[in-house]
Design a protein around this ligand. Sequence first.
Ligand SMILES: [Zn+2]
Length: 224
Amino acid sequence: MLINIHTHNPEKQDNQQIIYNLIIPETDEALETFPDETIPKSWLSAGIHPWYINEDNQKQQLEKLRQLAQYQDIKLIGECGLDRLKGSPLALQEEIFIKQIRVAEEIKKPLIIHCVKCFNELISIKKIVRPKVPMILHGFNNNFHIAQALLERDFYISLGAAILNENSNAAHLLPQIPLEKLFFETDDKEVAIQDIYEKASFILKIPLDKLIDTIFANYLEICS
Ligand SMILES: [Zn+2]
């Protein structure tokens, strides 16, 4: 089974499992009816994205997350995290992120994390909050120095469409990431998860089926 750890596209092939991401909405109206019946019957993640924190509705957003987090189909909490370039002021992002880490801790589900230019903050939050649940950094395409800092602190790293470009950071550092800390994803990109696995198999010189099994075993290890 081939696992796509983070996607915003509900379509999948029979030999694939996806974690389809739900973004907790911002407005009262949207929160009231969320999630509606259009949500795909698949494995899911749910979180308050740092771009969509509503200062006035943060309590309701967190309450909605707490409700959803109980569902069996919700496998991961997130994407949540920090973004220096977009969204609410960083202090508010940090506060809401920490609260989501606590939700994940309570229900013992791993976190899928969005982080843009806030790696120092991310690392210090992990140091202070000390969550026991695994933390997966999604869509990673930064340099090896940052990857190393994350791996030393026990983060998992998920790589996406960037590895299809051999000159990307993600493609360069793929061989440096221990296989047991690795995931793959399509996120919001119009690419096939199969192509990402094939490219990774080529770069790593590992047979495709072995790579697929290894990454699925990683999933089972953290999401049982
Ligand atoms: Zn995403």
